[in-house]
Design a protein around this ligand. Sequence first.
Ligand SMILES: [Zn+2]
Length: 872
Amino acid sequence: MKKVLLLLIGIAMSSSAAFAQQAENDTLSIRRDRHGNIAFVTFTPDINQKRNATNEKQIIGKLLNLRSGIDEQRLFSTKTDELGHKHNKYQQYFKGVKVDNAQIVAHSSTSLESVNSSMVAINDMNVTPAITENAALRVALDTLKAKRYIWEDTATLNLAKRSNPSGDFTGKGQIVIASATYNKKDTFLLAWKFNIVATEPFLDQTIYINAQDGSLISNFSNIENTNTPGTASTLYNGSQAITGDSYAGAYRLSELRGGVTIHTYNNNANTSFTGYSEYSDNDNNWTSAEHPNDRDALDAQWGSEAVLDYWSTVHSRNSINGSGSPVTNYTNYGVNYASAGWVPSLQVMIYGKGGLAGGVVPVNSMVSLDVMGHELGHGIAQTEVGFAVSNEAGAINEGISDIWGSCIEYWKTPAKARWSMGEDDGIYFPLRYIDYPGTSPLGAQPTCYGGPNYIAPPATPDASNDYGYIHTNMSVMSHWFYMLLIGGTGTNALGQSYAITPISNTDAQKILYRAEVYYMVSNSTFATVRDNTIQAARDLFGVGSCQEIGVTNAWASVGVGAKYVSTAAFSATVPSICTSGTVPFASLPTAVSSCAWSLSPSGIVTPLSGTGTTISLTRVGSVNSSATLTAILSYSCKSNDTLSKVVPVGLPGSPNLGKRTSPNSSCGWDITGPLPTGAAGVYVSSDGGSTYHTATVQYNASLGYTEYIAELQVDGPASVTYYLKSFNTCGTNTPVIKTLSITARSGCGARMAADSSDTADSSSFIRIRPNFTPSSLFKIYPNPTSGAFTVETLNTKTNDYVARVANNLLPSLEISSIKIFNSEGILLEQHNYTGLGQQKINLDLSSRPVGTYYIGVANGKVKRSFKVIVQH
Ligand SMILES: [Zn+2]
């Protein structure tokens, strides 16, 4: 009788684990957040474009393990960048309810290349509100206790509708799922979310009310102040040309610049917008003698022009919202108002006349160019990202605004620019030092994430803790940018060494802008912004570019993530040099400036040295051997990398077989020592003739070695002679012959006879290995059993595995058949399965006698056998 013999040859080889995983995996990297949710994924190149626009949503769903009918990702924004890459932003919904600040962004060029996500895992919750919108609004208004709201104030309402026509100013509520606390996992609440503007006192708040019990969840101020704790003759920038327009027989501070209206009003010390007026000049020559008290308005007008010019010139951006939105300034805001602020709901800027910023820093009018750049930077972030206003996201928003403020200052007024904020406004000193944040006058700030002066965000961010110390921890972001431009070596406040080769200011700005516009999400963290900026550097300048290396090392210097690790590597599988050929790189960093090659020993290939990014090697005569290739890669921005690789030349050697010693000494064969040099695999034959089977290679994680599996059809029960040859791209060597004796129920113990119908049935098999340890693919439990047991597929629910299956990179793990044999090797039962969901199968042997049974499990490609002991 012909029987199908499944022959396993094990080879203990730790390095093969990485190889096998690399071969199976179409994700290059997965970074998870501290709750274990996927935060950033990059995929391997997809030349066949299997990950495309058609299945993008499905891939994301599988990657993030979204449950059908429960979790949902809805596309809400699509952007195409200057490189032609597409960035699709999805909003997370749970049972049809928006999960506040939980977003997913998919990035594609010719295929889907990366996904970043702030999606959260919600087990279950009731999404039907118990209290009405009106009841929740009453709680919100009770919390705010304002005397007057915008819907009661026609003047401000009209202004709001003019500057933000699509805004809602009626106090309308929205049902969302909100994070109850920001530091704990799975604490989500159904909430009514309101955005409410009050004019007495002036407030622009986002407030969340528990939709089940009507309690207050959180209450955030949306006004993004410079400091929460605290030829016109301009005040800070000398005589500058500005453009005023003619108005009521004179000139006012209004201008249409490149299609964008810039208008500065006098708010006449009011805190709401009921009594503002035009500034006026008779001849458009705004001298300090004429405007002794209004020079700050001239700075506001001139500075707004400079800010918009920066965005237009450097980033090709048309005003704050990217499509020509007007800039409206209200200077002379309030009394002793020692701040400037961006008001998101109204989309206007307010500037005070000065006072004591944060209660500690005496300031004049807050109209310096860096402060304006900072505030209008918030407007850009609002358009592009919509950062959550608390904790890490809030600090990142503030830090990025400080970066833009400083960049604009360096761009427009380089002679007086420096890495601090508000040095013009401060009477004695600035508000913050970006270069030395520990000495910032408004309060010491950290240079490192989690280091000295860093204050861990609280569980409940509110006004009393600056919404999670956003104006303290922000310096991690801004100091990163500073370090990227300044570079150097040293030890940071966490005691970690760093070495940064700086990149140009221009490149750094492009990277940050790209990361902000296309990658960042509402609930960004420092870790995800690190990912985003690294990805942006790769997009713009190449993988392993000096820009990517600088960005990575600058983040390490502020305690976020590891230093850059070179990705330079030869391909895992190097083709043999049969006549001549090259050794390909799997990854050659863009920043490599030169390469020096050497080969040893002599007499195998020529030449023995060379330069350039490739070297062509020629086999010497008909030699069958190997040579060691060494490449020294040089960079302008990091130390050299030295790579070496053994290059097979000619035919491989013979497999070196020895008797198995582990896990069982009586059956099977080990390849002792490594595979022959250059061998790409092993052929197995039962006849030594023309029929050789290529043994498939798979790594058995639970056993810790690689299996070569081949199915052989053999005659007779007594012994099998088989022949092994190794092969590579040059051909195959001569076979090695071994004989394996098979005795029924021998020490091998596991000889299962095939059933009678299996003469050429590849789904039946004999495994020659006793006491076989359960594989990494399936498990059987309990064992021993009184009868009932379960066969389960393993690792099917990890997101990356599911994604790989979705991309046809792995066979499905779904069980396709289970066979049960008795100890005599007689087939007792066969169960076939089709369709989805066969991940866990319950079987019962309680009606059968006690004893040993053999269970064969197959999933269409991979087969495994198990011994089950039944004890009644
Ligand atoms: Zn700010």
